[in-house]
Design a protein. Structure first.
Length: 361
């Protein structure tokens, strides 16, 4: 079987591997490598293993779930010892801005304290490795473009953009980025960092914009559009992000950060209207779905615009997105229409019925 991993990388620990991006990473490595996968996840409200379980018995045999909350330092250290990894990819995070507005403490505990606990556990593991394994070992920390704050009408984020987080979520991720960088410079821990733009695609928990719009429209319910709908995001298809993460994790320069964006700048209103147009084609009985678009009060502290300049990862590592937004969105809409039962199941399990959250600033 062809491998996406270099020689010597046989045991991979992914934190947050039952989440959206982490799950996509676990599925890719199970399907296209022979590595043994250790999936450290606290199995919170948005966690789900269905996509991994659908890969079949051979892949599932190489997948081991370690149900651990990173805020538990002792359990985290024990999980790292059990996994004995050659590569750690740290994707576990509380990531929904709206939820961070209502409950910021959870984000500080998970994203800051959890990252600290992981760094300490990984550092102890790395320092105890024999020399040949030490040379191959890496920790890859995955973060967000939201740490950079809000852009005006022009310009794009890059690796030299000053940090300027505006929400409890982005502030907690900024703190975790700084911790990872400090453990590299102070202790020599071999790390790589990436900051990505908004991800979308199959298996995303239906609280984020694109799945929310699809499910609201299918149900004939009002589609909430925050404020004037002109807030701009740079949309990145999740499989393209996985491509970038694997390149950064295995070929990136130690101590270096890489910004990953999908060349997909669109306003929220444009995204919502594009989803409605696709649904008009696929479910004409409900057309025009755009009639359901309903402006609502804007989110507190809503950043106006994000955009990423991915020149570094493109020139140094050869990464380019394989999907444009139109292709990726069509594939995403079709996936959700074919998996409405899954959406119902995960929302019911999480006790979330699609209601708006994050308005209580």
């Amino acid at each position: 079987m062809p491998s996406l991993l270099p020689e010597g990388i046989n045991r991979v620990l992914v934190t947050g591997g039952a989440g959206f991006i982490g799950g996509a990473m676990v599925r890719r490595l199970l399907a296209h490598t022979t590595a043994t996968m250790f999936n450290l996840d606290k199995c919170g409200y948005a966690s789900d293993l269905t996509g991994i379980e659908r890969l079949g018995p051979e892949a599932v045999q190489r997948h081991q779930l370690l149900r651990v909350d990173l805020t538990d330092a002792d359990a985290t250290a024990a999980a790292v010892r059990q996994a004995d990894p050659d590569l750690v990819m740290h994707l576990a995070a509380e990531s929904h801005v709206d939820r961070s507005i209502d409950g910021p403490g959870t984000f500080i505990e998970s994203n800051v304290i959890g990252t600290y606990n992981l760094l300490q556990a990984v550092r102890a593991h790395w320092e105890a490795l024999p020399a040949e394994r030490q040379q191959c070992f890496r920790l890859h920390h995955i973060s967000t473009d939201e740490v950079f704050g809000s852009l005006g009408a022009t310009g794009r984020f890059s690796e030299t953009t000053p940090y300027d987080p505006r929400s409890p979520y982005s502030a907690s991720k900024a703190a975790s980025d700084h911790l990872v960088s400090a453990w590299h410079h102070t202790y020599g821990l071999p790390v790589v960092l990436t900051n990505c733009s908004n991800n979308y695609g199959p298996w995303q928990f239906p609280e984020k914009l694109i799945p929310v719009v699809i499910l609201k429209a299918v149900a004939g319910e009002p589609i909430p559009l925050y404020g004037d709908g002109a807030n701009v995001r740079d949309w990145l298809y999740v499989d393209d992000h996985v491509d970038a993460l694997l390149l950064a994790a295995t070929q990136g320069q130690l101590g270096r950060s890489y910004c990953v964006g999908g060349h997909g700048e669109l306003s929220n209103k444009q995204v919502v209207e594009a989803i409605c147009a696709l649904l008009d084609q696929r479910r004409p009985a409900g057309a025009p779905h755009a009639r359901l678009i309903t402006p609502v009060k804007d989110r507190p502290g809503h950043d106006r615009r994000y955009a990423i300049d991915p020149t570094r990862i493109s020139t140094e590592l050869g990464w380019q997105p394989r999907h444009n937004f139109e292709e990726g969105l069509a594939a995403t809409v079709d996936w959700y229409l074919s998996n409405l039962d899954w959406c119902d199941q995960v929302r019911e399990r999480a006790g979330y019925a699609g209601e708006r959250i994050g308005v209580g600033a």
